[in-house]
Design a protein around this ligand. Structure first.
Ligand code: 5GP
Length: 176
């Protein structure tokens, strides 16, 4: 069995400051709008909880869970909704909140699905962005931190369901 170790990439205080900046920008952009924040389970729940508490505008929340079929842990082009929204989105201003954009398959598929439901607007806020790993063109409207191609955990992100509870973001390293 492989053992792992972690190294802090973004400490808690740095994350707090950046989430505050994102929330200020989102609050300005959504003033007077009908904001529905859609979190992608499970990874986005910590970021989303901090983000909405730093907003200065009202919002409601809902969640989706996506399933990706393909080899190993890398997502493939075949992405489905496994748990759908419970809120109708027609005419509403939707902001999707995601933990990390990697290949871009998950978010581009979710955008396609939600666009068909005719929201008034549809944007994406990703906490982390691994641009070097993109397999399909995708640009998030709001990004917490661009990161290099490394596997990260903490602040909601897991490795085999572990490490979500870390208050910081860490790079996972294998000790073979
Ligand atoms: P995409 O469809 O963009 O390839 O997949 C995004 C999903 O892959 C994220 O929501 C996350 O679940 C997973 N993922 C991609 N990179 C990482 C990473 O560095 N760490 C963790 N924990 N999950 C990742």
């Amino acid at each position: 069995m492989k053992e792992t170790t972690t190294e802090i990439l973004f400490p808690k205080a740095v994350i707090e400051r950046r989430v505050g900046e994102l929330a200020a920008q989102i609050s300005r952009d959504y003033a007077g709008k009908d904001l529905l924040i859609v979190g992608i389970l499970n990874g986005a729940f910590v970021f989303m909880a901090d983000l909405i508490r730093a907003l200065n505008v009202p919002c409601t929340v809902d969640f989706v869970r996506m399933a990706s079929y393909g080899a190993g842990s890398v997502s493939s082009g075949e992405v489905l909704i496994r748990k759908d929204l419970e809120t109708p989105v027609a005419g509403r201003d939707i902001l999707i909140v995601e933990d990390i954009v990697d290949t871009g398959f998950t978010l581009s598929r979710l955008l396609e699905i939600l666009r068909e439901r005719r929201p008034a607007s549809l944007k994406v806020c990703a906490f982390l962005d691994k641009q070097a790993r993109r397999r399909v063109p995708f640009v998030a409207d709001y990004v917490g931190f661009p990161i290099p191609d490394a596997f990260v955990v903490g602040y909601g992100l897991d490795y085999n369901e572990q490490f979500r509870f870390f208050p910081d973001v860490r790079v996972l390293r294998d000790i073979v």
